[in-house]
Design a protein around this ligand. Structure first.
Ligand SMILES: C[S@@+](CC[C@H](N)C(=O)[O-])C[C@H]1O[C@@H](n2cnc3c(N)ncnc32)[C@H](O)[C@@H]1O
Length: 256
């Protein structure tokens, strides 16, 4: 029996995230991100009408550095959040981690091109077991990464562990808007426009079905904030961005 959940052809779909186990989900995520890095930035900017850049900047502007002067970008992909954090905070050192080597390669190139190689390092690592001692960073960020992690509680607890007491976590994630009008529009966008554009521009359009599916199944604000509380971030903040299609969640690791 063929147990590989991943469609190797460009025309077939990935299985819905609700119908698969955690290991299968992680395997699928690894495969998807290993196959799309070449066009990832272009599609990201195009499909969000470049709002993704503004969303990352919005998060970075809220960060503060006061102890280690270090920032960790989890699921850094092509390193956009890491680069934005380094650009806006000249006094900090930045580390980006991602478990897909292929995503890190264009990120490394961008870092070198922008003259930031001395301040940003990228490592291949899994967000479930971060290779850093407790209390290593003043701020930790994760942009559009957590919905790809089936064990979100574990990911949140790991990010809390590596924060200094008083340090803050910044989670950017796309969500399904609450407003009825935008829901209809976003539905059309996710299920029609995005796959059509992906078919035109991506070598792996099927990956964009997964993107739509993973956004539709990401927990709503209340559920996600209670998960943050459970992970040890009391009273998290939430900022709704661009008609609610993206949210920034901020959690603070309390002083011990
Ligand atoms: C949608 S991309 C986001 C990339 C980047 N943060 C950005 O803002 O464009 C999601 C990334 O999460 C990474 N990822 C998913 N699960 C991971 C895990 N358990 N550990 C590390 N990286 C992970 C994927 O490899 C992929 O690069």
């Amino acid at each position: 029996m063929d147990t590989d959940p991943i469609d190797k052809s460009n025309s077939k779909r990935y299985p819905p995230v609700t119908g698969i186990g955690r290991d299968e989900h992680v395997g699928m995520v690894r495969e998807i991100f290993a196959t799309i890095p070449k066009r990832y930035d272009l599609l990201n900017h195009l499909l969000s009408l470049r709002r993704d850049l503004a969303w990352r900047r919005f998060a970075v502007r809220r960060m503060s550095f006061f102890n280690t002067f270090r920032f960790l970008d989890v699921a850094t992909g092509t390193a956009d959040l890491a680069i934005e954090a380094a650009r806006l905070n000249p006094a900090i050192q930045v580390t980006g981690i991602d478990f897909v080597r292929e995503m890190l390669e264009p990120g490394r190139q961008k870092i070198t091109d922008r003259g930031l190689a001395g301040r940003i390092r990228l490592l291949q690592a899994d967000a479930m077991t971060l290779p850093f001692p407790e209390g290593s960073f003043d701020a930790v960020g994760i942009a559009f990464g957590i919905r790809n992690m089936p064990d979100r509680l574990r990911a949140l607890r790991e990010m809390r562990r590596v924060l200094v007491p008083g340090g803050r976590l910044f989670v950017l994630e796309m969500t399904f808007p609450r407003n009825r009008f935008w829901q209809g529009f976003f539905n059309l966008y996710l299920n029609r426009l995005l796959p059509a554009l992906a078919r035109l521009l991506s070598e792996k359009p099927a990956a964009y079905h997964y993107l739509a599916d993973s956004i539709l199944h990401f927990p709503g604000p209340r559920a996600f904030m209670s998960l943050m509380e459970k992970a040890g971030f009391p009273n998290p903040e939430r900022h709704s961005l661009t008609f609610g299609i993206t949210a920034l969640y901020i959690g603070r690791r309390p002083q011990d």
